[in-house]
Design a protein around this ligand. Structure first.
Ligand SMILES: Cc1ncc(COP(=O)(O)O)c(C=O)c1O
Length: 390
């Protein structure tokens, strides 16, 4: 079927915009007006006050956790067992203790009740991931976090445009993170965005993106405060934090700006594709009861209803023979606690405490859902999958 995980995600129109930029007289290449314009347009699209464009979703995670640590101090961060490595890595790199939560099988996101049960006096944030386009928020979770005074941080790297009660994911938390890696809803080749309504966080994130430099702040008040406190320093070179350089470039922002114009239309097609896929699967063999309300997926989730090694082996064989690319484990390869980088931290058997994510780890996968995927092929794939006999 020649069905890759992603196809045609950066198109001629994007490349033409890039060429036009390069053909202009003495074009700026490093972070400048296009980055600023992309941040503004993205903030408008999402519905937040501030956005900071960085060079990847992992960098978005890293400066978010660094800002949390700088502004709120160390402690525990409640994290998912199913997510991308950089969500957990950034928590560890910033010296927080990760506290893990199993998944809700219908959203693949964190189980809201478990999240609330794990809040302690040491909790500094809940760092939630919306997995493969499914909303992981519930009223109960938002109310519980508000009551406990614990900030929510949303990783929306896999869910651009998805909503909860009609409002875009990434606008509920104190901060949210997006990725523009090629395989996602829209791409700047590599890239990421950190979004917030909080002015202090915004200034901190801007500094953290660029070596911790105070001159990167937009607020004259912040700049004056540092200059007054440090009269021995050149105001152009005041480093407030031991930070990073995770800036992107004008070239990536030019692509992002043309991509953003097509995002909503592409997402509509993806949403229709997912409904067709889940609607076409045999509900006795596969999970078809995912919480699709407000979802917006760049991948189809294929998860066995019950553990069945023989059936799963047959599914993998069928997909391979048909030329359908897939990733077992769904997001990030499944149960993070089984990964060597985490076993060292949490112990080699800690994964046993999270049976639901372990099911997806062995009996789940994702398959590409790109805008120009023909519906006929989706029906054909469902037929193929439904016909498998273990
Ligand atoms: C949930 C999640 N967070 C963060 C990232 C990291 O994004 P990037 O690949 O742009 O570094 C990914 C990447 O796929 C992701 O799926």
């Amino acid at each position: 079927m020649q069905w890759p995980l992603m196809r045609n995600n950066i198109v001629r129109e994007d490349l033409d915009a890039l060429i036009a930029h390069l053909k202009s007289d003495d074009p700026m290449l490093t972070q400048s007006g296009n980055v600023r314009a992309f941040e503004k347009e993205w903030s408008e699209w999402l519905g937040v006050k501030h956005s900071v464009f960085v060079n990847s979703g992992a960098s978005a995670n890293l400066i978010t956790m660094t800002a949390l640590r700088e502004l709120r101090g160390g402690g525990e961060v409640i994290v998912p067992t199913l997510t991308w490595v950089s969500d957990i890595a950034s928590v560890l790199q910033c010296g927080f203790e990760p506290v893990f939560v199993d998944i809700d099988e219908r959203t693949l996101g964190m189980d809201a009740e478990q999240v609330l049960k794990k809040i302690t006096r040491k909790t500094r944030a809940v760092f939630l991931t919306h997995i493969l386009g499914y909303n992981a928020l519930t009223d109960g979770l938002l109310k519980g976090l508000k009551k406990a005074g614990v900030p929510l941080i949303e990783d929306v790297c896999e869910s651009h445009g998805a909503t909860f009660k009609g409002r875009k994911l990434g606008t509920f938390g104190l901060v949210s993170n997006f990725s523009f890696y090629y395989a996602h809803h829209m791409s700047t080749v590599e890239g990421g965005m950190v979004c917030t309504d909080d002015a202090e966080l915004y200034e901190t994130l801007r500094m953290l993106r660029s070596h911790g430099m105070v001159r990167e702040a937009t607020s004259p008040e912040v700049k004056n405060r540092y200059a007054k406190q440090h009269p021995d320093l050149n105001p152009d070179f005041i480093f407030a934090f031991p930070a990073y350089n995770v800036r992107s470039t004008e070239l990536n922002a030019v692509i992002g700006r043309t991509q953003l114009k097509r995002l909503d239309a592409n997402n509509e097609r993806r949403t229709a594709n997912l409904k067709l896929f889940l609607g076409g699967l045999d509900a006795k063999k596969y999970r078809t009861d995912f919480a699709v309300a407000g979802s917006c997926n760049y991948a189809f989730t294929l998860v066995l209803k019950k553990p069945d090694p023989k059936l799963w082996a047959a599914v993998e064989k069928t997909l391979r023979e048909a030329g359908v690319e897939f990733r077992r484990g769904t997001s990030g390869g499944g149960n993070q606690l089984r990964q060597p980088y985490l076993r060292k931290v949490v112990g080699k058997d800690a994964w046993r405490k999270f049976p639901k994510v372990d099911h997806v780890h062995f009996y789940g996968a994702y398959i590409g859902n790109y805008p120009d995927l023909e519906q006929e092929r989706i029906r054909e794939l469902c037929k193929l999958l439904n016909g498998i006999k273990a």
